[in-house]
Design a protein. Structure first.
Length: 174
C-alpha cells in the first residue's frame, strides 16, 4: 500500500524552496538598465514567516542571483539563502551537515530539472502545478497552485495544520 504524502507531513521540520517558478511565477521583467524584476506572493511570505516563528527551518536554494530576492527573504527572517546554486545537491548537503537533517524531515519544493536531484533525496518532494513533467513525476505532492501564486503557502499551511501549529495563534475568544 502506497503511503499518502499527508502521512509524511508530521515529520517535517525543514522547508527548502527554489525561487524562480516556485516563489515567483518564473516570469522575468527586464528593466531598461538590465535589472531583472521578479514578483513574489505576499501570502507565501506570510507562511514562511509563520513557519519560522513556529520553529521550522526555511531555506532557499536557487540558481538565480538577484540581491533583491535575498533582501526580501532575509527580511522575513530566512538565514539559509543560497543563490547562484547551479548544483543544488551541494547546498542541500551543506544544510544536512549544518543541521544534522534526516531526509524524512525535509520538504523540498521545486519546479524544474535543476531541482530533480535534491527532490529524489528528501522525505517530501513537492511542486507547483505548473512544474515541468519530470518534476511532477518525482513529486509526492503537486500543489493546486501555480508557482508564485501561493504554492508555498499551500505546503507550509498543510504541514503546520497536520502538526497543529497553524491555528494555535488564533484567539478562540474572538
Amino acid at each position: 500500500m502506497e503511503i499518502s504524502y499527508k502521512q509524511l507531513l508530521p515529520k517535517i521540520n525543514t522547508f527548502i524552496f527554489d525561487v524562480d517558478g516556485v516563489l515567483t511565477n518564473g516570469t522575468l521583467t527586464i528593466m531598461p538598465d538590465g535589472e531583472l524584476v521578479r514578483h513574489m506572493n505576499v501570502k507565501d511570505g506570510y507562511a514562511m514567516k509563520t513557519a519560522l516563528n513556529k520553529g521550522f527551518r526555511v531555506c532557499i536554494i536557487s540558481g538565480g542571483t538577484n540581491e533583491g530576492v535575498r533582501k526580501r527573504l532575509a527580511a522575513l527572517g530566512i538565514e539559509d539563502i543560497y543563490l547562484g546554486a547551479h548544483n543544488k545537491i551541494e547546498q542541500y548537503e551543506l544544510l544536512v551537515k549544518k543541521y544534522n537533517l534526516q531526509p524524512e524531515n525535509v520538504l523540498y519544493m521545486g519546479d524544474d530539472i535543476p531541482d530533480y536531484p535534491v527532490m529524489k533525496l528528501v522525505g517530501v518532494s513537492a511542486c507547483p502545478n505548473d512544474a515541468v513533467r519530470e518534476i511532477q513525476q518525482v513529486s509526492k505532492y503537486i500543489s493546486g497552485k501555480k508557482g508564485g501564486e501561493g504554492c508555498v503557502r499551500d505546503v507550509i499551511e498543510q504541514v503546520l495544520r497536520v502538526q497543529n501549529k497553524w491555528d494555535d495563534f488564533f484567539d478562540a475568544s474572538l
